[in-house]
Design a protein around this ligand. Structure first.
Ligand SMILES: C[S@@+](CC[C@H](N)C(=O)[O-])C[C@H]1O[C@@H](n2cnc3c(N)ncnc32)[C@H](O)[C@@H]1O
Length: 191
């Protein structure tokens, strides 16, 4: 397993450098549809880097991050509420959030189906889901997947269109944008 609880300072320092500008632009585009003061949950939020990027374009939003590693969460900015929790068991009421973010996190979840059920449960009707992850159908994506599996991580990486198909089964309509060996999914719960 990757000891995220002890790696907070590394992610705090290098996390922002790893995020391509085009991913930040896609994130801001996805957030642009939200109403003022909408609620946003960053699942597997780590040090809250996605919330920080989101804040640069929408500082009016209400940010919450969950992560099982408190050593990551403790680096989050003061405007991000934090909860120690996993994607498979979110400590929130049904219909709580307008948008959920997952940045470089989905492939770490132990049970993707349970995590998606929880995502749908806590999202409001027509809520949004923004995912940023690595494409396992590329050399770099495959290499990271192999390395993470060797480290004992679940390595639940997807080819983007397979993930799109899975999301459809949970009621999401989505658009994929490729960013080289990485991709983003901008999805919303269909009625
Ligand atoms: C590569 S880090 C990404 C953190 C942050 N989203 C970012 O972009 O820097 C992956 C994060 O997923 C978290 N994680 C691992 N298993 C998880 C689970 N089952 N539910 C939620 N988060 C999980 C880890 O603790 C870690 O903080």
């Amino acid at each position: 397993m990757i000891p995220f609880n002890h790696l907070g300072w590394i992610f705090k320092t290098f996390g922002p450098v790893i995020y391509p500008q085009s991913v930040r632009t896609s994130l801001c585009n996805a957030l642009s549809t939200l109403s003022p003061h909408a609620t946003v949950l960053d699942v597997g939020g780590g040090t809250g880097v996605m919330c920080e990027f989101a804040y640069t374009c929408r500082d009016d939003l209400d940010f919450t991050a969950v992560d099982p590693a408190e050593g990551m969460l403790k680096h989050a900015k003061a405007y991000v509420k934090t909860h120690k929790a996993s994607a498979e068991e979110l400590p929130f009421e049904d219909n709580s959030f307008d948008m959920i973010l997952m940045g470089e996190a989905l492939h770490h979840f132990n049970d993707i189906d349970l995590a998606l059920k929880e995502t749908v449960r806590v999202l409001k009707k027509e809520g949004g889901l923004f995912i940023y992850d690595f494409n396992v159908n590329t050399f770099k994506g495959k290499s990271i997947c192999t390395m993470e599996k060797l480290l004992g991580e679940p390595g639940n990486f997807f080819e983007p269109y397979d993930l799109q198909e899975k999301l459809e089964k949970y009621g999401f309509r989505s658009t994929i944008t490729k960013h080289g060996w990485r991709y983003t999914v901008d999805a919303s719960l269909a009625l």
